[in-house]
Design a protein around this ligand. Structure first.
Ligand code: AMP
Length: 407
């Protein structure tokens, strides 16, 4: 199938050609016709599947056609809600590049920066607004934004939105939107609270599922190293210096851990920066750009700071610590092996993290190969981390994650 088979208008096809997109991805093939037919959509898809274009292209096309049929109002007509500012910025970039020939105006608004420039741009008229929930509500309450004319609402990474505690803000926003509208609901996972939320806002939706919840990208090679907590730093330095890893995104669980690791790698003359919840938006963006442009070799990130990171052909993701929530593992490794490019996900597992590894095995329903040949091998290797050795459900749901203020 080609993009023109999806009946996309010429300005979009021209932009896609410039992006060098040859064929629509699976989610694009399925979601675009549904969205263009003005239907509600419930899509289960991870980042890396091409989900942004799957909603951006039909939103742009519907508004482009609307404008061409005489609706020249300056009201905001499409709203995309994202959980983080990084994702908001990336979604805005996508809208801008796909919509470059449509004449439609789009803008991302998010917290952590002054609202001054956002308000100035809003006052000039914005067709498509991309927003994080908190800042959007702030601007709505101050009457800089009216949601009265929204025709299409997109919830992007709805599961993250709930994980990050935005449910009340999302509900307040929903209450201010017109009853009659199209809603496109995207989530990487479909736990019960997400299904419940989707049922409360979608109207007879079409459903598509691209990557089942527990399926890790086929193109990602996964490996686990059993290593004592105190040896993890040395193992990472060893791998960065003695293997073919020249560029890696490294996940830590806390911002304190990210800063400490960053300082340790710098002492080894490794070019590295860290992004986490305490860094300003400008600092995060700068670090991300440095990583994308290969000015640094290693980017250390906490889960929150890394949401939506989209770096083409990112070859390595390293879990310096395993996440508390197994779905987060799937999210993390989804940052590599994108759009068919091969990638590798390496995880360090300490003795105290074996239960977390078991949860991950259980979720992805396959064992992760163990690399035993390394200088920091942990003596006591416990093979019961294989998926056959299931842990009771209870222990998974009761596990407490770290608080957001630590990330
Ligand atoms: P997403 O899942 O939206 O985060 O997209 C993941 C990556 O795939 C981004 O770098 C996109 O630019 C890229 N991408 C999206 N659709 C296509 C396509 N049809 N062909 C090639 N690359 C694509």
């Amino acid at each position: 199938m080609e993009f023109k088979d999806l009946k996309l208008v010429a300005p979009l096809l021209k932009a896609l050609q410039q992006q060098d997109y040859k064929q629509p991805t699976s989610i694009q093939q399925q979601a675009i016709p549904i969205a263009l037919a003005n239907k509600d959509l419930l899509a289960c898809a991870q980042t890396g599947t091409g989900k942004t274009a799957a909603f951006a292209l039909p939103v742009l096309q519907l508004l482009f056609n609307d404008k061409n049929s005489g609706n020249t109002s300056k009201h905001t007509k499409a709203l995309i809600l994202t959980p983080t500012r990084e994702l908001a910025i990336q979604v805005e970039e996508s809208f801008k590049s796909y919509g470059i020939y449509t004449g439609l105006q789009c803008l991302a608004v998010y917290g952590g920066v002054s609202q001054y420039h956002q308000v100035k741009k809003l006052q000039q008229g914005v067709d498509i607004l991309i927003a994080t929930p908190g800042r959007l509500l702030d601007l709505v309450v101050q009457r800089y934004i009216s949601l009265q004319h929204i025709k299409t609402l997109v919830l992007d990474e709805a599961d993250r939105m709930l994980d990050m505690g935005f449910i009340n803000d999302v509900r307040k926003i929903l209450a201010r939107l017109p009853q009659k509208k199209q809603t496109l609901f995207f989530s990487a996972t479909m736990p019960p609270d997400i299904i419940h939320l989707s049922q409360s806002i979608l109207n007879n939706p079409e459903k598509i599922e691209i990557t089942p919840i527990a399926t890790t990208a086929e193109t990602v090679d996964q490996e686990v190293y059993f290593v004592e907590k105190s040896d993890k730093r040395s193992l990472l330095i060893h791998l960065l210096k003695n293997s073919s890893i020249d560029s890696a995104l490294v996940f830590t669980e806390t911002k304190f851990g990210a800063d400490k690791l960053c300082a340790a790698l710098r002492r080894e003359n490794i070019k590295v920066q860290a992004i986490h919840g305490d860094k300003t938006q400008a600092e995060r963006q700068k670090a991300l750009n440095n990583f994308k442009n290969k000015h640094i070799d290693v980017l250390i990130a906490t889960d929150i700071a890394s949401r939506g990171i989209d770096i083409e052909s990112l070859p390595y993701v390293i879990n310096f610590e395993l996440p508390n929530i197994p779905e987060t593992y799937v999210h993390r490794i989804g940052r590599t092996g994108r759009a068919g490019v091969s990638g590798k996900a390496i995880s360090f597992c300490g003795m105290e993290e074996k239960m977390l590894l078991r949860d991950i095995h259980k979720l992805i329903a396959k064992p992760i190969p163990v690399i035993k040949d390394h200088p920091f091998r942990m003596e006591q290797l416990d093979v019961s981390t294989q998926p056959q050795a299931m842990m009771p459900f209870r222990s998974m749901s009761k596990r407490k994650g770290r608080t957001f203020s630590q990330r």
